[in-house]
Design a binder for this molecule. Structure first.
Ligand code: HEM
Length: 468
């Protein structure tokens, strides 16, 4: 089946970068250029920052998670929590701790190369647990590892089971056959939602014990930090920094406290799978482009020598590694259709009438294939970003983390986290293909699993240590 984002891309070529559609009588607008997304989602952000309504979300009690909150006061209060503690400057204060986790990851992979995926996931979980709660993950039995497994298993299920939704909701069979990426359109229209799906999947694939565990952990993590803050022993983190500020007030507001408690575990649902998606695409592209891998390793060696692993102070001196990361996210955007926005009042743009209530989709996948901005956009070419004469001086893609007032508040944390993984693996390991029974290299084909995020279909590789 053709991916919905590719279908939108083909349509955009015919109908243009502002494409109004009617699906089941509802209005949908697909934006397929950065210019249109910036004009509407950013410059007219006051109108374009709502989310399509999501029935059934109460069932999971997810309706108060920032990503689903309608535009308004509660959204602003929740959003402020994330923005205050995830600014570029604030994220820099976590860099040393993130580097420490990356070094541990490198050691673990060296000791057990065949389990590299497990160790990368452990690293991502350690970063999220540390930044969110100041919690140091203590081994495979740590509750935070269980939650991380839960989130991954859940996303995998959504990714691989999307096509089976017609079995769960037979009435959807009546949708016109031409609707591209059928389940996503239904999601965007609110006739079926990711949360609706989640509910079905939760009840059908996960026992209630697991979801109760998720709720229990939310309380346990929060209460642990609350005790540490009271005893003045808390490590600075998203929750402890906010809690300290709130408790300094004479009469902390209960709504603020509950909002903060809810926000903590949102880091796991919003961050873990997205981070792993980018890391997986990076390994995938390195297998397919050994010449790029070699060039990035040569750059690292020329700056750091062979004896030490990189840290964030090296980032500006490694433009090719930066280009590899940015090209990874442009070449295969981790969130190809971002998350739909909704318009709160009638509008018109370039002679297209956009009625109040329309769902607006930023077609990031199509944007990153713009031939006017990137030459051979379907090719993986990190050099494109380097200034002339080394490259073409092409710009980084803008929409990877969304647009406007709903753009990803975890962007700086995410970029830093994936950068340290990319540079640590390149410095410490050769990423090599596995061999088949005839001794031939197995290069993974271009196959992807797409739901809200899109990542390569499972593939194998070997991480071979390069330095002692
Ligand atoms: C590489 C990793 C990540 C990618 C590619 C990514 C991408 C995105 C995208 C495309 C959106 C929707 C933007 C829009 O509606 O225009 C989003 C929203 C969001 N992201 Fe991320 N994200 C990543 C990591 C993270 C992390 C680590 C966090 C942790 C705090 C996070 C928290 C959120 C939240 C809370 C929202 C909802 C914002 C809102 O509705 O106002 N993300 N992300």
């Amino acid at each position: 089946m053709q991916d919905h984002q590719d279908a939108f891309h083909e349509w955009a070529k015919i109908y243009g970068d502002v494409m109004p559609l009617k699906v089941l009588g509802k209005s949908l607008v697909v934006l397929s250029s950065e210019a249109a997304a910036i004009d509407l989602l950013e410059k007219r952000g006051a109108k374009y920052s709502d989310r399509p309504s999501i029935p059934m979300m109460e069932l999971l009690e997810w309706d108060k998670l920032l990503v689903f909150i309608p535009y308004g006061k509660e959204f602003q209060a929740s959003r402020r929590l994330f923005q205050d503690q995830l600014s570029k400057k604030q994220c820099t204060s976590y860099h040393d701790r993130i580097v420490g986790h990356a070094r541990t990851m490198a050691e673990k992979i060296k000791g057990e190369p065949s389990a590299y995926e497990k160790h990368i996931q452990y690293f991502v979980t350690s970063v999220i647990a540390d930044v969110t709660y100041g919690h140091q993950v203590s081994g495979a039995d740590d509750q935070h590892v269980h939650i991380s497994n839960f989130v991954i298993e859940f996303s995998d299920t959504i990714g691989t089971q999307g096509a089976n939704l017609l079995d769960i909701f037979p009435f959807l069979k009546h949708l016109p056959a031409w609707v591209p990426g059928a389940w996503f359109i239904r999601y965007a229209q609110g006739t079926i939602t990711i949360v609706g799906m989640s509910y079905v999947l939760l009840t059908s694939h996960f026992n209630s014990e697991t979801s109760t565990e998720y709720k229990k952990l939310e309380t346990a993590c929060f209460e642990e930090v609350r005790r540490e803050v009271a005893a003045d022993t808390a490590t600075p983190s998203f929750v402890s920094n906010h809690l300290k500020n709130m408790l300094e007030k004479d009469d902390p507001n209960i709504d603020d406290i509950l909002r903060l408690k809810r926000s903590g575990l949102h880091f796991y649902s919003a961050g873990i799978e997205t981070l792993l998606t980018v890391i997986s695409t990076f390994l995938f592209t390195m297998l397919r482009h050994p010449e790029v891998q070699k060039k990035a390793q040569e750059e690292i060696e020329s700056v750091l020598g062979k004896d030490r692993l990189p840290d964030f102070s090296d980032r500006a001196s490694l433009p090719y590694v930066e280009a590899v990361l940015q090209e990874t996210m442009r070449w295969h955007p981790p969130s190809p259709l971002a998350i739909p926005h909704k318009v709160t009042s009638d509008d018109s743009y370039r002679n297209v009438f956009i009625p109040k209530g329309s769902t607006v989709i930023a077609n990031v996948r199509s944007m990153t294939l713009d031939e006017k901005t990137w030459h051979n956009p379907r090719e993986f070419i990190p050099e494109r970003y380097l200034p002339s004469p080394l490259g073409q001086g092409e710009p980084f893609a803008k929409g990877i983390f969304g647009f406007g007032r709903r753009a990803c508040p975890g962007k700086y944390l995410a970029e830093g986290t994936v950068w340290i993984v990319v540079v640590t693996i390149l410095a410490g390991f050769d990423i090599r293909p596995v061999q088949d029974e005839f001794g031939e290299d197995v290069i993974p084909p271009l196959r992807f699993i797409t739901s809200i995020t899109s990542r390569p279909a499972p593939f194998e590789c070997r991480l071979v240590p390069r330095i002692s």
